[in-house]
Ligand binder design. Structure first.
Ligand SMILES: Nc1ncnc2c1ncn2[C@@H]1O[C@H](COP(=O)(O)OP(=O)(O)OP(=O)(O)O)[C@@H](O)[C@H]1O
Ligand SMILES: [Mg+2]
Length: 483
């Protein structure tokens, strides 16, 4: 090898060595960068896991879940977050410990000792405990094959007290650190807030229901008061009118009776006078015959008879109405006595028919075998009257009212169906409210149905309504039969 070549070779060797050193250095730098990026990536992944976990817990408050579901969901999220195999929660119900079902790879898990739970619920700060330190053989036996050696206890505090503790069972190889436990505790704190909120809204709901119930009672009492007041004043009015009409009717009836007797005598007398005037030829007989020819006295007497009979019929009807008014007036003092609903309807119709007859055709489908109803006949009559008047007022043109009675088990049922204008959905919600009316100021007080409702309820029955606008309405009154 020539000297020149040797020198060149040496130079080449030195520069190659320094290039190799440089390459080594660069490789180490790149490796360090890769390690750093890998570390950052792992950190980011962990951060994402944490924020996913916290987000899933925070979302629980947005759904309308019950208490048990909130805690169960929290437990499942925490088991996932800590990569645990199994978990469960325990809680205090009226100071008694309740052990929840285990969630995860096993469903059945023995409990720790009562003494352990006692300290667990009293202790303020808790973290992870080794199973061997807790020293519960039954639990250890289950956990050993699963390679689980630690439990994280996460308390959920409600109104300042630990109300629930979640137990998360961790396997030996779990990548678990204090920071993660801290996240679980923060989430547990949030859950406590949700539980408090849910309990508060439950309490709120309960007091709302209580207020609603007492409002209903007040409304019912108000209805009854209004009803008895209206009954009392209507009763007084009816009694007064009945009394006033009764006297004149009495003497007019007695006079009409006398007139009837007189007209019969008069008829015989006229017949006899006529035949006498035919058979006798005298001045007076001719004058008598002349009067009869001019005025047709026999026909006149006949007319008098039928007029008197018509008056007598009319008076009888007036007398019936007065009698019904009187029985209606007495309804307040009435005792609870069995009565026949069909008869009660007939009596009511007599009072109210006058108001309806011009516009209404009445259909009766009465079941004659219905049992007697126990209660105040006058009051039930008042209900029927209210409904008949309402039905009549709902007719804008002539229409029909169909009254049907029937028996179903121990109940007697009356349906009052009309072909009136019907009731809209908005109005339907209010028809039983006292003072609700769709009628003109002087036409309706809006008390009819609220009073009716109170009366039927007092009788142990109920009222149902079916209606279709511009087709008609049906009120169904159900009353208990008398035993
Ligand atoms: N058969 C019916 N058809 C259509 N609407 C009815 C019928 N019955 C009741 N209503 C509706 O229910 C409302 C309340 O009836 P309710 O009998 O309580 O009072 P009112 O008839 O208006 O007045 P009041 O009975 O005191 O004279 C009525 O104003 C009416 O709008
Ligand atoms: Mg009415």
């Amino acid at each position: 090898m020539s000297d020149a070549y040797k020198k060149a070779y040496e130079r080449e060797k030195i520069s190659r060595q320094s290039a190799e050193i440089l390459l080594d250095e660069k490789t180490r730098e790149v490796q360090a960068n890769i390690d750093m990026i890998q570390q950052q990536f792992n950190d980011l992944r962990q951060q994402k896991k944490e924020s996913d976990y916290l987000l899933s817990v925070a979302r629980l408050s947005q759904n309308d879940l019950g208490l048990a579901s909130i805690i169960k969901q929290y437990l499942l999220s925490t088991i996932g977050f800590l990569e645990a195999k199994v978990g469960r929660y325990t809680y205090l119900k009226d100071s008694v410990l309740v052990i929840g079902k285990a969630l995860g790879v096993i469903g059945d898990l023995p409990k720790f000792s009562d003494a352990f739970y006692k300290t667990l619920y009293q202790q303020e700060n808790r973290s992870t405990l080794k199973l061997s330190d807790i020293g519960c053989e039954e639990v250890n036996l289950v956990m050993d094959p699963l390679d689980i050696d630690r439990v994280a206890f996460i308390p959920i505090k409600c109104f300042g007290k630990t109300s629930t503790v979640c137990e998360i069972f961790l396997p030996k190889n779990t990548k678990f650190n204090a920071e993660m436990l801290e996240q679980c505790l923060v989430a547990g704190y949030q859950i406590g807030g949700m539980v408090e909120k849910s309990l508060n809204s439950k309490k709120l709901e309960m007091s709302y229901q209580e207020i609603k119930a007492s409002n209903e009672t007040i409304k019912k009492t108000q209805n009854q008061l209004v009803q008895s007041e209206k009954m009392a004043s209507l009763g007084q009015l009816a009694a007064g009118v009945a009394h006033e009409i009764n006297n004149p009717i009495g003497f007019v009836m007695s006079n009409v009776g006398t007139l009837k007797e007189y007209s019969e005598v008069l008829e015989g007398y006229v017949k006899l006078a006529n035949s006498l005037s035919e058979s006798i030829d005298s001045e007076d007989a001719r004058a008598l015959k002349e009067i009869d020819d001019d005025e047709d006295v026999a026909v006149m007497v006949n007319d008098i008879k039928s007029i008197v009979s018509d008056c007598s019929d009319g008076l009888k009807r007036v007398k019936d109405i007065v009698a019904n008014l009187k029985s209606f007036a007495r309804s307040d003092e009435e005792k609870n006595e069995p009565f026949n609903l069909n008869e009660c309807i007939e009596k009511t119709l007599k009072v109210v028919w006058n108001e309806l007859k011009y516009n209404v055709t009445l259909n009766r489908h009465f079941d004659n075998k219905i049992a007697l109803v126990k209660g105040h006949e006058g009051q039930v009559g008042q209900v029927i009257m209210n409904m008949l008047v309402n039905a009549g007022q709902a007719m804008e043109s002539p229409g029909e009212i169909t009254l049907s009675t029937s028996q179903k088990n121990e109940w007697v049922i009356l349906s009052i169906r009309d072909t009136g204008k019907g009731i809209s959905k908005e109005v339907m919600d209010k028809i039983f409210d006292p003072f609700f009316t769709t009628k003109e100021v002087n036409e309706g007080t809006g008390l009819g149905l609220s009073i009716s409702y109170g009366i039927i309820e007092k009788h142990g029955g109920n009222i149902q309504v079916n209606s279709k606008e511009s087709e008609g309405t049906e009120f169904i009154i159900t009353l208990p039969q008398s035993v």
